[in-house]
Design a protein around this ligand. Sequence first.
Ligand code: HEC
Length: 130
Amino acid sequence: MKKPFSSWPTYVVISILVAACSKSNEVAQMQNSANGTTSASCDTINMQYSTNVLPILQANCYSCHGNGRTQHGVSLDGYENVKRQADNGKLIGTITHAAGYPPMPNNSPKLSDCDIDKITDWVDRGAINN
Ligand code: HEC
């Protein structure tokens, strides 16, 4: 009569381990698919405005929102203007194609996951002028 009782904690431990293991695999898979094929080369830690974020905006947004162009009244010229769009949520909302925001860049393919992750990291760190 003692045997079944003495072994049930082992089953509990094993099933917790199995559950924890498959959970972390899920997370790893999600991260891999989010970064697509660029996961190995996409650095999204400690992103800086001048070296990481600004070049993406210049390449993808300045044709309508930079160098004096202000489509929809939106300028992304200079840190202060970008900071305003970061703080009001529109920068991330538009590039992630979130509900309630016009998808940007307008009439062009969505930015790569890598570029979106870079801008998101910079915003998450306070969108500072670095
Ligand atoms: C081809 C021109 C064009 C490009 C390129 C472009 N935009 Fe826009 N942008 C627009 C237009 C047009 C609107 C107004 C869209 C609307 O209200 O439907 C707009 C609106 C916006 C807004 C305001 C959204 C709101 O809710 O008020 C933001 C923020 C924005 N764009 C950011 C960006 C960013 C960031 C990029 C680059 C990733 C970008 N745009 C690229 C034309 C462009």
